[in-house]
Design a protein around this ligand. Sequence first.
Ligand code: ADP
Ligand code: MG
Length: 319
Amino acid sequence: MPGEFDLIAKYFTRATPSAVLGVGDDCALINPTPGMELAISTDMLIAGRHFMPSDGPGTIGHKAMAVNLSDLAAMGAAPRYALLSIALPEADEKFLRGFVGGFFGLAQKHNVEVIGGDTTRSGLLTINVTVIGEVPPGQALRRDAAQPGDDIWVSGTLGDAAAALAHHQGKLRLETDQAVQCFPRLFVPTPRIELGLALRGIAHACIDVSDGFAADLGHILERSQVGAEVWFDQLPLSDALNPMREIPVTQECVLAGGDDYELVFTAPAAKRASIQSLGRDLNLRLTLAGRITPEHGLNILNDGQPMMLSRTGFDHFGT
Ligand code: ADP
Ligand code: MG
């Protein structure tokens, strides 16, 4: 059975050309680009809570890197480095091979160098990733920067990951072609790194949708001390979900479902043309679906009718 240091050497040690010192010492050493601010974030994934132990090892590895990169995207930061701490029930080399395939595969795509971490044994598979990115001073896309009158934009489509989970749990029935569209959104999410970078100097506030559109937009509203009106009928749904747009469980997936990892951002109306052309350049759907209001609170309208969250989903008031 391989020991801790064998595992580190075999699976977690990769070239780190831009670091001063990578894996193998008490600390890694990096030389930040002069004048840049560092954006640093960490996210933990626990078996049974953030993924199922039965999920493919490659998808677990991908997701561990993706959710962290998504936080850098939401700040408009360029990814540079990551650290990986992993607690494993056993030295399962089949799992590790698959895991590092997904993890380093996505890291390489975004030029992320893994410069350190920790490896330990534990009954519960737990993965903690820390990412370090860079952003020019004052250009980070902060949650507290939304202004009354700003447009609210959403990238990609909302609700697909939650719909896949709901299908898996028997709460929603997806046809095969719908499932084929939704499941990759749950298992191999795409961090919107290029969008985050391009939104520097255009967007005011930005957040990634990890807990659900309404909750995450709510964080912007709270930190910015503003409110919002959102037009549910304008929110971007995939071809898979759009035909079910008026069904409460779909509405709950769209408004309250997590794991989309799309970006929600606010920008002044004067930036509409730049944002639309950005969407074309990135080949990414960018949808204007609301506006920031000076009055506090989140008002979600469907064809002009207010919606509210009930136990069964988002419904019209009084129906
Ligand atoms: P220490 O005893 O100083 O904590 P470790 O023995 O835990 O060091 O780790 C040895 C080296 O391997 C360190 O440079 C550490 O950052 C790196 N390392 C350990 N686990 C991982 C991992 N899962 N991924 C990347 N690097 C790791
Ligand atoms: Mg250690």
